[in-house]
Structure formats: C-alpha cells, structure tokens
Design a protein around this ligand. Structure first.
Ligand SMILES: NC(=O)c1ccc[n+]([C@@H]2O[C@H](COP(=O)([O-])OP(=O)(O)OC[C@H]3O[C@@H](n4cnc5c(N)ncnc54)[C@H](O)[C@@H]3O)[C@@H](O)[C@H]2O)c1
Ligand SMILES: O=c1ccn([C@@H]2O[C@H](COP(=O)(O)OP(=O)(O)O[C@H]3O[C@H](CO)[C@@H](O)[C@H](O)[C@H]3O)[C@@H](O)[C@H]2O)c(=O)[nH]1
Length: 326
C-alpha cells in the first residue's frame, strides 16, 4: 500500500509526506516543481517530477508503485493570480484534476483525498460557514476547485470513487519540529509575508483594504496550523481505508482573526512591530471567511492540537528565521 502525494514538494504536501513517513507508510510524490522544491521531499521518498495531467505517467505509476490512495495537493493556489489568469487556473486545477481522477477511476482506487478550499463559498458575512452553505466562489481559483469537487462527486456516483474533499481555510505555520515550512517563492499569504517582513526580507507589509464591513475594517480569516490540517488528512485516509463513505469537510477552527490582529501577532512573536502600509482592496478577496468546524469533529473525530494564533505565528517565524539564516 503506497500513498501517492501529488504536490508533495509544496508547502502543505511536504508536511503530509513527513507525517506519512513518520507512521511508516510508503509514499511516492508527483510534482512538477512549479512552486515546490526538490529539497522539501526527504531523500528516501521517491519523487517523480511530472504533471498530474500526464495520464500515461499516472497510469504507469499507480500499479508500478502499488498505489492504493491518492492525496491530491497539486495545483495553482493564489487567489489574485486566478483573477488575472483564469484560464491557467482552470487548466492546472480543473483539467489537471480531471486527468488524475480519470486514472484513479480506471485503477479502481478506494481512497482519494482532495485539497479543496473555503474559497468555494461566497462571503460568509461574519457567520461561520458550514459545508451545506451555498457554494458561490468569487474567484476563478475557488471555481476551479469547486469543479473538481463536482467531478469527484459525480465520478463516485457513477463508478465508485470514495473520496474526501477537505475545504481548507487559511493554512499557516510550520512543522513544530522545524523539518518543513513554507518556502513558496514570491509568496502572497499573509502570515508568510509578515514573517518575511519580520526577518528583514521585506521592508514591511501592505494591508489590502481597511474599509471592509468587519470589526476593524480589515479582512477576517480562520487560520489553521498546517500540522492540524495534516492530522485531518491522516484521519480522512484512515476513514476511507476503513470503508467510510465520501465526505466534504471544512478544515478550520471556527474562529476568525483580522489582518491587523495577525500582523500584531507576528510583531509580538518577533519582538518588534511590523511596518504597515495601508493599501486598497485586493481583487477576489472576501470580507470574512470563518469555518463552522463541527462536521469534521463528528465524522473523523479530528481534534486540533495547535489552535492558537500565537503558536501558529511562532512556528511560521521560526521556519522563516531558519530560511533567512541558511
Ligand atoms: N495554503 C493555503 O492556505 C491553502 C488553502 C486552501 C487550499 N489550498 C490548497 O492546498 C494545496 C497545496 O497548497 P500549498 O499551499 O502547499 O501550495 P504550494 O504551491 O506550495 O504546493 C503546490 C504543489 O503542487 C505542485 N504542482 C502544481 N501544479 C502541478 C501539477 N499540475 N502537477 C504536479 N504538481 C503540481 C507545485 O510544484 C507545488 O509543489 C493546493 O491545491 C491549494 O489550492 C491551500
Ligand atoms: O501582504 C498581504 C497579504 C494578504 N493580505 C490580506 O490577508 C488576508 C489573507 O490573505 P492570504 O493569506 O493571501 O489568503 P487568502 O486570499 O484568504 O487565500 C488563502 O486561503 C484560501 C482559503 O480561505 C485558500 O483557498 C487560498 O489558497 C489561500 O491562498 C486577505 O484579506 C488579504 O487581503 C494583506 O493584507 N497583505
């Protein structure tokens, strides 16, 4: 039994590879290295440099490596880029996933876990959003992911493809043991950008929009520690391997933090405040997005272990300091 981790050289995927390896599973990574890094994959884990859209490659890989489960992280991830280049996002996220799902069906796989996103929802108006809330993506990125969820649902109904769609809210932090973290080039994620500012790699941070209908005027998000997110994937894998049915589950804590709160927390962890410039709104951003995180607790028995903004920021900053010193 081998787990195929697509996008395993990226930020979140590399944490999954470590977690699977920690519990003695066989793993193979498929990654184009578009935004991932070869060094993020441990030397004893096979890395196939290739595209999930390459059906012949995937068709060969599944039986050759004895793959019984796919965890599909590979994709393009930046909301504003998807607004500027929608067709590139539909190609890589939706069409690429179509190819991978087709091969998973052809191989008769019994477990497929998909990295979906809270961006499939419309703006939550400050209230926590549950899985049965309307899906009204406001960016091509969110739409590209929702289409993949739909393909999985329909392929499962027609052919049997047990799967779990995990709708991540904002993922942040780093492996508490310091083995992995976010190294995305030209990163746009708030906590990553603020940690780059805290370590002198940027002059400061621009807050995108201060006139949102939120308590302090800046956007509110539900930040989840990457290690808690990986625990959710391991639980989803066990659920499917144990014969559990397909699920769509939010991954968040059910609590929001504003951009200003996050930037203050990074300054607190760094020991000095981050220089802030106030700028206009960024295209594609929603005012507020917070998870109703009840279902994943009920279905998978998932319990967070790092549910604390200061801890998330501390781990992200520790990783950033290590990178800056390297
Ligand atoms: N970071 C977040 O807050 C967040 C939130 C919601 C969902 N997600 C989703 O989680 C997944 C992982 O995100 P991440 O933050 O680790 O991003 P990342 O860019 O670090 O990782 C993506 C990985 O996929 C690889 N890749 C891209 N296209 C590929 C393709 N066609 N075939 C093979 N490999 C390919 C990249 O090289 C990279 O290693 C993505 O699907 C993303 O949409 C992330
Ligand atoms: O330099 C910066 C970077 C971000 N922000 C703001 O911080 C918030 C969070 O932004 P970011 O960290 O880029 O995350 P999101 O745009 O919320 O998107 C993330 O979270 C989504 C789920 O909620 C995922 O689907 C996406 O892949 C992931 O990029 C937003 O209000 C941004 O406008 C700033 O003000 N300044």
């Amino acid at each position: 039994m081998t787990v195929l981790v697509t996008g395993g050289a990226g930020y979140i995927g590399s944490h999954m590879v470590l977690a699977l390896r920690d519990r003695g599973e066989d793993v193979v990574v498929l990654d184009t290295l578009a935004t991932g890094r070869r060094e993020a994959v441990p030397g004893d884990v096979p890395l196939v440099v290739g595209d999930v859209a390459d059906r012949a490659l995937v068709r060969d890989l599944i039986p050759r490596r004895g793959v019984d489960a796919i965890v599909h992280f590979a994709g393009s991830t930046v909301v504003p880029d998807s607004v500027a280049n929608p067709l590139a996002y539909y190609a890589n996220n939706t069409i690429g996933s179509h190819a991978l799902i087709s091969e998973a069906v052809a191989a008769g796989l019994g477990a497929f876990i998909f990295s979906s996103t809270a961006a499939v929802y419309g703006s939550g108006e400050g209230r926590p959003v549950a899985e049965d809330a309307p899906t009204l993506p406001e960016s091509p990125y969110g739409a590209s992911k929702l289409m993949t969820e739909t393909m999985l649902r329909d392929a499962d109904a027609a052919h049997g493809l047990p799967h779990v769609c995990l709708r991540y809210f904002n993922v942040a932090g780093a492996d508490p043991a310091g083995r992995a973290g976010q190294s995305t080039p030209r990163a746009t994620h708030l906590i990553k950008v603020a940690c780059e500012a805290a370590t002198g790699q940027r002059a400061g941070i621009t807050v995108f929009g201060t006139d949102y209908p939120t308590p302090d005027g800046t956007c509110v998000r539900d930040y989840i520690h990457v290690s808690d997110l990986i625990d959710a994937h391991l639980a989803a894998l066990d659920h499917l391997r144990g014969g559990g049915g397909s699920q769509t589950l939010n991954c968040g804590y059910g609590r929001g933090h504003s951009v200003r709160e996050v930037v203050t927390a990074v300054g607190r962890a760094a020991g000095q405040p981050i220089a802030v410039t106030e700028g206009p709104r960024r295209p594609g951003d929603m005012a507020s997005l917070v998870a109703d995180a009840g279902r994943i607790r009920d279905v998978l028995g998932w319990r967070p272990r790092h549910d604390d903004l200061d801890e998330i920021v501390r781990h992200a900053l520790a990783w950033e300091r290590r990178r800056a010193a390297a």
